[in-house]
Design a protein around this ligand. Structure first.
Ligand code: EPU
Length: 338
């Protein structure tokens, strides 16, 4: 275990933002994590996993703890399902491919989501009609103040849309060390209800898709719409889709009869933030090295040397424009750090 100093975080965040960590350590075991949390003398400690859901806005005067604990274990196997324990440092998409190669179903719609397993419960990652919570069993997390491992059941996690206890009451208190998922064994029942998946499968003349077919369809859709962080720095959706009340929705729809929307309850409606941002004229716009992606207005991108502050300024400008034009507040999905 070696603490390094003045380390560039550029390769540790998918936005590709250049920022220095005054102290940095890579963790590969639970014991190492306990030891480092017990170290005195570091006022601020910050956990970094896949770095796929954060915007770093300044150099960090902190001990940055990079979680790189690996391992996939089959905990139990029944006729219809398996339970896997996956350590936090495993790459999410590599896990999805591993499950498909072993013919375990449930994660196929979540193909190609950047980031690591340990951060997947924090925002309850979701795409194409499926959320992590749909196959989540439990997770283990280290309590930062006591260094004890605690198990969180699914209900303990209080999952919501891009939300969990780890973003609310538990924020800054725990480090997720592993996640247990319950996956199906054949026959699978893939979820192909999301329009774009149906269209993609039809295009390829697939009537009875396997989980691999669904994964391939999702990969193809994502590659068309979403930039590859290895080529163009980004953090996926920068904002959450806003949820508005029925009263507000009625006025909104009167003024914008062509707007897309999803009714999520008797009294609440979700509006795609990408649509609002596009209507404000930001899609494909570039300001220096900070920009809005040309195929998906919800994704902010770093063309090379944008600073975190530049991306943040663009985000604020977009929020102000959406608020002025639609009287709707949109809020970041990514964590703003620094
Ligand atoms: N739209 C636009 N302009 C655009 C893009 C989309 O007007 O540039 C409108 C269209 O009407 C479209 C609607 O927005 O029908 C929804 O677009 P899309 O299906 O691309 O989904 P999204 O709501 O923009 C969400 C997730 C994505 C996830 C997709 C697919 C959030 C914040 N984002 O995006 O998640 O991949 O659905 O399920 O919920 C991520 O979290 O990083 C992420 C990429």
């Amino acid at each position: 275990m070696k603490i390094q100093h003045d380390i560039s975080l550029k390769k540790y965040n998918t936005f590709g933002i250049e920022a220095l960590a005054s102290h940095f350590i890579e963790i590969t075991t639970i014991q190492n994590l306990q030891e480092v949390l017990r170290q005195k003398g570091y006022r601020k400690k910050l956990v970094l996993s896949g770095g796929s859901n954060m915007l770093i806005t300044n150099d960090l005067n902190a001990l940055v703890i990079h979680i790189n604990i690996k391992g996939i274990t089959i905990l139990s196997e029944e006729e219809n399902h398996v339970i896997l324990k996956i350590m936090a440092g495993e790459n999410w998409h590599e896990l999805v491919i591993w499950t498909i190669n072993h013919n375990y179903g449930g994660l196929e719609n979540l193909s190609l989501i950047p980031g690591n397993v340990g951060t997947s419960p924090i925002q309850n990652i979701g795409a194409y009609g499926v959320e992590l919570k749909d196959c989540f069993e439990s997770c283990e997390a280290m309590d930062i103040s006591t260094q004890q491992i605690i198990t969180f059941s699914k209900s303990d996690c209080q999952f919501g849309y891009r939300d969990s206890i780890f973003k609310n009451k538990g924020k800054g208190k725990y480090i997720i060390t592993s996640v247990n998922l319950k996956l199906s064994k054949p026959p699978h029942r893939p979820n192909t209800s999301y329009g774009a998946i149906e269209t993609e499968l039809k295009k390829n003349n697939i009537d009875h898709p396997t989980i691999k077919d669904v994964s391939n369809a999702v990969i193809s859709i994502r590659q068309k719409k979403l930039p590859d962080p290895a080529k163009l720095g980004n953090s996926g959706s920068f904002f959450k889709n806003p949820v508005i009340t029925k009263d507000k929705f009625i006025t909104f729809l009167d003024n914008n009869p062509d707007a897309p929307f999803y009714q999520i309850s008797e009294t609440a409606y979700k509006i795609p933030a990408a649509w609002l941002i596009e209507q404000c004229g930001f899609k494909g716009k570039r300001y220096g090295d900070a920009g809005v992606h040309k195929n998906q207005a919800l994704v902010l991108v770093n063309y090379g040397n944008a600073s975190g502050q530049e991306i943040l300024r663009l985000a604020n400008k977009i929020q102000d424009a959406v608020s002025t034009q639609f009287d709707i507040e949109i809020s970041p999905e990514v964590n703003i750090i620094g």
